[in-house]
Design a protein around this ligand. Structure first.
Ligand SMILES: Cc1cc2nc3c(=O)[nH]c(=O)nc-3n(C[C@H](O)[C@H](O)[C@H](O)COP(=O)(O)OP(=O)(O)OC[C@H]3O[C@@H](n4cnc5c(N)ncnc54)[C@H](O)[C@@H]3O)c2cc1C
Ligand code: SF4
Length: 479
């Protein structure tokens, strides 16, 4: 245990954020770091519970949280790092972008504030990098088996690293110019600077993972070719099909999917070329983000930094409560109102709003949205709620740039899925068996393309799990 009385002695502290006027001038990370001394006190708050819900229920990776907290408190940062890496390939990424379901499940959060687990995690791994404790972990023995991973998001990367360390030859195919998936092209630099990702990719290359970028499987390379060349194929291609809003006026200029907007800005920050003709640009514009989730919030912060004249984010669902409600008891992840760093930077947020129509200038450029307020019913026996329009509540929102951040429906049903004849489930995701194998022998799939859009921590967990199945499958071949 860290310190038996730590939770009584110390209050929760979180890392400071850079001041808003300063941070909206650049694309650098918003969140700072707590000094190591403060972090030791924060780790000392861990009560080493008999059943650590943070580890067993909260963290999808089952990170060994009480153990690394104790090591940080004792000043044994190296051992803390070993505990961290035992379950998580990329703690420097989850340490920056994870919403920390572990903290919602921390026993302390029942009557007080939870341990700052995410920031302890980040401090442990960053210290490890600084002190040269993290280097390539090459396998002792090569198996002679070849695996191709399609997609280089967190799931593909975690699987590739695990498989390479198990001694297999691993090649990652990625259609974008650089590896990383949403980590590189979706999440803005103000949440995750890309050198963080590049540093880990260098480690993976040194461990023997090869990256073939700018190759779209299904278009540039066929699934048949991959199946013939490799002993196993892993599809970790994400859930890229965005949810649309097919209402009158959808075809007007100035209405874009959130990812198209975010990808462009990430490319600009990285120095990649974004042709002017295709540019989606918020400077001087009234921006409306449709969709109240995290992708929408990333659009808010990006539009702010580009110099939008005004930013409004609208959401169909009602405004969540400030505190955990009785029907969402600990240790479940609570539905509460969350204010992101982007919201703090200036944005009007509206809830229970239904968009009826996009209005255009002369039928060409978007000029606004015709909206109506809605009232939600109480949940029925199955927990489902319905809504009705509030009479006479129609209103107009001015907008010359509309960003659709309504989530993702499923994996793209492009040539890769159709050519291989892969079975999908009733939600349109790739269907897999208990071993992560698709309807094609030797073709596995994991993470968002199987379960739908989720979180980085779940993607890493999915990648690690499917890597175990693939390893078993390949070793089974030897028997
Ligand atoms: C804007 C945004 C912000 C987010 N912010 C957070 C956050 O702060 N915290 C958090 O926990 N989660 C966040 N998420 C969710 C998280 O990023 C995803 O759940 C996670 O990245 C999914 O990982 P993945 O590896 O399954 O897929 P992805 O990250 O989507 O990677 C899939 C990769 O496959 C490639 N690919 C697809 N088809 C092919 C093909 N045919 N050939 C070759 N390559 C192909 C794609 O180009 C992509 O690189 C965010 C999501 C979005 C969209
Ligand atoms: S990965 Fe996320 S859930 Fe797991 S310990 Fe880290 S912050 Fe918590």
């Amino acid at each position: 245990m860290a310190k038996p009385t730590g939770f009584l002695e110390y209050v929760r502290q979180t890392a400071p954020k850079r001041p808003v006027p300063q941070r909206v001038q650049d694309w650098r990370e918003v969140e700072g770091h707590l000094p190591d001394g403060t972090l030791r006190e924060q780790a000392a708050r861990c009560m080493d519970c008999g059943i650590p819900f943070c580890h067993a229920f909260g963290c999808p990776l089952a990170n060994r949280i009480p153990e690394f907290n104790e090591m940080v408190y004792r000043g044994d940062w190296e051992r803390a790092l070993e505990f961290l890496h035992a379950t998580n390939n990329f703690p420097e990424i989850t340490g920056r972008v994870c919403p920390a379901p572990c903290e919602a499940a921390c026993t302390l959060s029942i009557g007080a504030e939870p341990v700052t687990i995410r920031q302890v995690e980040l401090a442990v791994v960053e210290r490890g990098w600084r002190e040269g404790l993290i280097g390539p972990e090459r396998p002792h023995r090569r198996t002679g088996r070849r695996v191709v991973v399609v997609g280089s998001g967190p799931a593909g990367l975690a699987a590739a690293q695990q498989l390479a360390r198990a001694g297999h030859e691993v090649v990652v195919f990625e259609k974008s110019p650089h590896p990383g998936g949403i980590l590189r092209y979706g999440i803005p630099d103000f949440k995750l600077e890309k050198w963080v990702l590049d540093r880990r990719l260098d480690q993976m290359r040194a461990e023997g993972v090869a990256f073939e970028t700018g190759v779209a499987v299904g278009d540039d390379v066929s699934m048949r070719y991959l199946a013939g060349k490799f002993d196993a194929v892993l599809l970790a291609v994400g859930a890229e099909q965005p949810r649309d809003l097919t209402i009158p006026g959808r075809g007007l200029e100035g209405i874009h999917f959130a990812m198209d907007f975010l990808v462009q800005q990430n490319r600009r920050v990285a120095g990649e070329d974004v042709p002017d003709d295709d540019a989606i640009w918020a400077a001087g514009r009234k921006v409306v983000v449709v969709g109240g989730g995290d992708t929408g919030s990333d659009c808010v912060g990006t539009a702010r930094r580009q110099g939008a004249a005004a930013v409004t984010q609208i959401e169909l669902l009602p405004e969540p409560p400030a505190q955990r409600s009785a029907d969402c008891p600990w240790p479940a992840w609570p539905t509460i109102k969350r204010t992101s760093s982007s919201h703090e930077e200036g944005c009007e947020r509206l809830w229970s709003v239904l968009t009826k129509e996009f209005i255009g200038h002369g039928g060409i450029d978007v000029h606004g949205l015709r909206c109506v307020r809605i009232a939600w019913s109480e949940p029925d026996a199955d927990g489902r709620r319905s809504f009705e329009e509030v009479p006479d509540s129609e209103f107009h929102l001015e907008a010359d740039l509309v960003l659709l951040a309504l989530g993702f429906v499923h994996v793209r049903h492009g040539s890769m899925v159709t050519e291989a004849g892969l079975a999908t489930d009733d939600r349109g995701n790739l269907k897999v068996d208990a071993h992560g194998m698709t309807s094609r022998e030797g073709v596995f799939a994991a993470s968002d393309c199987v379960h739908g859009a989720s979180l980085v921590v779940r993607a890493i967990a999915g990648g690690r799990q499917v890597a175990e199945h693939i390893d078993d499958y390949l070793r089974g071949d030897d028997e």
